[in-house]
Design a protein around this ligand. Structure first.
Ligand SMILES: Nc1nc2c([nH]c(=O)n2[C@H]2C[C@H](O)[C@@H](COP(=O)(O)OP(=O)(O)OP(=O)(O)O)O2)c(=O)[nH]1
Length: 341
């Protein structure tokens, strides 16, 4: 299912029927339609309606993921990944309101989708193309580290002719090389003090490790059992049991990150839930300092499903110690035993 993703001040979310008039108004503009190969001009409203319905069906079937690009709850464009049959490759497509061109918004939205495609859908390659008379789109793709791999021609319905397009691709290895870890909330490096007093050297040698902000949830069911997830093979600490959650991205609050992580990892919706802060971990774990707010959540929409193939277990507080956990979690066990008896 298409999740909701945050990217700077943009929210990328699934398209709904209510978006129809906005999609129609924005796309039915020659400046937009001329860049999209498969649309006629004028662009009739029923095509907008049909397209939105098809995005919902494609998302259900896992064939394609299309997102409305919104800013302050206003739809300003759309972006999507259409998957190949073997689900290893996807093609990226997007459009944005011409009134907002030149502000870098497409780049921000595309960067987030690409990251989601490589890290969550585990794509091997993302392709894209742009008409050669659309240099702005080519520039966006280059800024996103796509490499030009050739030229082709494509029929542009709105122009009634074949047009030359430039073909681009970005593969997983290159993306991971350029973006080795998901964006971490690493504080910006402070400019070095100009003073040469001895205290400066002392302060430098006592530099703290970087803080890693992770958020997690203790989901409690009606029997007061706690949901634990086993870290899958290939991740650090594989095999250990943890409270589901993950890293807070740079533009998210912990609560937003938790809602996103629960959707991505367990397919449950916490948007209408009461997230009760319970406790937090603040622990030096070697190369970084782990700061992990832990929320207790008793209500959610949907049934937890291990979307990443992880093992899940509903565990009584009394049995938590039977599940090997990362060291920083161990002090949490007695707190749960006290809370839940
Ligand atoms: N979610 C979670 N992480 C924990 C717990 N205890 C603990 O030490 N951690 C550590 C393990 C990792 O170093 C870090 C979580 O990072 P992660 O890599 O799992 O985060 P993520 O889900 O965003 O993963 P990824 O997409 O980057 O692969 O926090 C816990 O109870 N829950």
């Amino acid at each position: 299912m298409t999740p909701e993703l945050k990217a700077a001040n943009l929210v990328l979310r699934p398209l709904t029927h209510e978006d129809t008039p906005h999609v129609h108004r924005l796309v039915n503009d020659w400046k937009v339609v001329r860049t999209l190969s498969s649309l006629p001009f004028p662009y009739p409203r029923d095509l907008a309606e049909k397209w939105i319905r098809s995005t919902q069906e494609d998302s259900q079937a896992g064939h394609a993921y299309h997102f409305a690009i919104t800013r302050e709850n206003i739809l300003i464009g759309a972006i999507g990944l259409v998957l190949s049959e073997d689900k290893k490759t996807a093609s990226l497509g997007y459009w944005i309101s011409p009134a907002l061109w030149g502000q870098g918004l497409t780049t921000v939205a595309a960067q987030r989708i690409i990251e989601w495609g490589f890290r969550f859908l585990k794509l091997e390659k993302i392709t894209a193309d742009a008409a050669i008379d659309n240099p702005a789109s080519c520039a966006v793709l280059k800024k996103l580290d796509f490499q030009e791999v050739g030229k082709s021609t494509r029929r542009f319905l709105s122009r009634g002719q074949n047009c030359e397009v430039t073909l681009f691709e970005l593969n997983r290895a290159r993306f991971l090389e350029l973006n080795p870890t998901p964006p971490l909330p690493i504080p910006e490096e402070k400019p070095k003090p100009v003073s040469t007093s001895p205290e400066v050297t002392t302060t430098h040698s006592l530099r703290k490790p970087k803080t890693l902000l992770v958020v997690a949830a203790a989901l409690l069911n009606l029997e007061n059992k706690i949901l634990l997830a086993q870290r899958p093979e290939g991740k650090p600490l594989a095999g250990l049991w943890e409270f589901p959650g993950g890293k807070v991205e740079i533009h998210e609050t912990p609560e937003q990150a938790l809602i996103r992580e629960m959707q991505e990892e367990l397919n449950i919706d916490l948007t209408a839930s009461c997230l009760a802060p319970f406790t937090f971990i603040s622990e030096n774990v070697g190369e970084f300092h782990l700061l992990m707010p832990l929320f207790v959540v008793r209500r959610w929409q949907g049934t937890p499903f291990p979307k990443e193939g992880q093992n899940l277990a509903w565990v009584n507080a009394a049995d938590l110690a039977k599940y090997p956990m990362p060291d920083p979690d161990l002090p949490l066990i007695p707190l749960f035993q006290e809370l839940l008896g």
